[in-house]
Design a protein around this ligand. Sequence first.
Ligand code: XIL
Length: 374
Amino acid sequence: MLTRRTAMQSVAVGSAGLASSTFVAIGRAADSLGSIAAAHACLYGCAASTFELQNAEFASLLAREPRILVAEYEMKRTALQPHPERYDFAAADTLLRFSERKQMAFRGHTLVWHKANPPWLSDALASSRSEALLTGYIAAVAGHYRGRMHSWDVVNEALAPEDGRTDNLRNTPWLKALGPSYTDMAFHAARSADPHALLVYNDWGCEGAGAKHDRFRAATLKFLEQAKRRGVPIDAYGMQGHLQAFGAPVDQSKLRVFVDGLKALGLKVLITEHDVDDGGGPLDIAARDRAVADASRRFLDVVLDSDATIAVLTWGLSDRFLDPPDWKAALKGYNPRMLPLDAAFARKPMWQAMAASFAGRRGNQLLIRQSLLR
Ligand code: XIL
């Protein structure tokens, strides 16, 4: 089966029959997550990959459900700059052209990260303190896409309170080579390269319950507040939104306080990589789908209750292309079901939950208040 892991080596073949969709009772005209979200002042979108476009049936769904796309691989530095002297924009351009033809917006992901970097860059960062390794890349890439990006994840996952630094920065090759101001440099370089794109700081660690997430939320607000005070051009916080169906449930009260804190800093909020890991629960598909939907709803009801939230993207659209489970899980018959559409492209309870969350954007006060009382 073609998955994220095998995608780069092979091309999608075959197509399952389009399973009949179940519709929420909101009328035909509004029958996609994109249009339901749009009716409630929100962009819905998803990550996509060039190999997925080879599947005609899926490509038509990609043209129908989302209103914004983001590249799952194709805009990571390892893909865009395989060699110091050579940029390769071909695959990323294919995705962008697809979204433009279908009149969708597009997000760039990601300019600065400690992962998905080409090996030559890791070597260079170990021996050089050249800011150009960072700013030259941003100028080239954000410049190439100037005026065509809705937003850029300029810096991804730069915080790690558990690394023990007082500024809470993650101990990455970027930090070691360029010092703590590398994040400021990145945002300034992105603003000059593309003044039209919304500039996003993207991270995980603030969605969940528990002390680790409490520390992460505090660290994130502090980092963003100080950056804003220094005049760093950050427009929005990207909350990845990777949840777990059978882990500790989202603490709605703490999440709400966090989103309010972001809004108070003048930031927009985007949910950038939402999915719900259904590992660790029962094998029964209906039970897993219900837990995934409940987790998604519980999360989205809170973030969508703030007018700071402007977009929700899932990290993929269909379970078809998820990596297969490890062999132990596979022996038990477990296949991950983390996204709104199942592997046959039928809508799952998560799709319904997301639709209901978007549709209830103004009317969910009571629900949230009830959960706060628990
Ligand atoms: C992941 C992709 O989904 C994987 O298939 C790939 O092998 C590695 O990158 N946080 C991010 C995303 O910001 O870029 C990551 O995407 C998932 C975690």
